[in-house]
Write a protein that binds this ligand. Sequence first.
Ligand SMILES: [Zn+2]
Length: 193
Amino acid sequence: MNRNQVLPQVELSSDPSALRKVDFCAPHSYQGAGFLTVSALPRVAQEASTVDPGDGFHWEVSTHFADSPGSDPRQILQLGLKGRLHLVCQRCLQDFPLPLDEERQFVLVASEAEADAYPIEDDQQEPLVASQHFDLLELIEDEILLSLPLIPKHPEDACEPHASSFGEAGMDTDELEKPENPFNILKNMKKNS
Ligand SMILES: [Zn+2]
């Protein structure tokens, strides 16, 4: 590849299904942005305690080719994620909105072996195996899941006192979304048998 050649830039579709197949072996770079609702991200939706209008993630992706001494130019992928998700606070057990603002950088490599050989010390960019059908939606979802805290909590001192929430509107719909207590299911089964 001629290093001075300016590669054409292709606009990524913001349609979630189009993000499932992106050709990162093609000789062009990409740029695109869009918004993903929580329901477009099934594994993220599983983590959500509730979904408010506006919950979801703005994404921005761009790729470029960077010179690499002694080898072909490397394709670099930059991913920006900004959004919000509702989780259950593990201190007070109430929903709270968790804002997310992440920037990631990856280097596209040709094979799993090349990815395995990639220096671990390089925490600036992680290797990704390029393919003609790269699932960019899966990558976005992975990165959102990776940035969720292990134990989600309100910011310090922001927990609502428990008693104040009882009897408030909205309580009932929260309860409906929770899976039924297995002991209650057992009780009902016995009753009906
Ligand atoms: Zn809390």
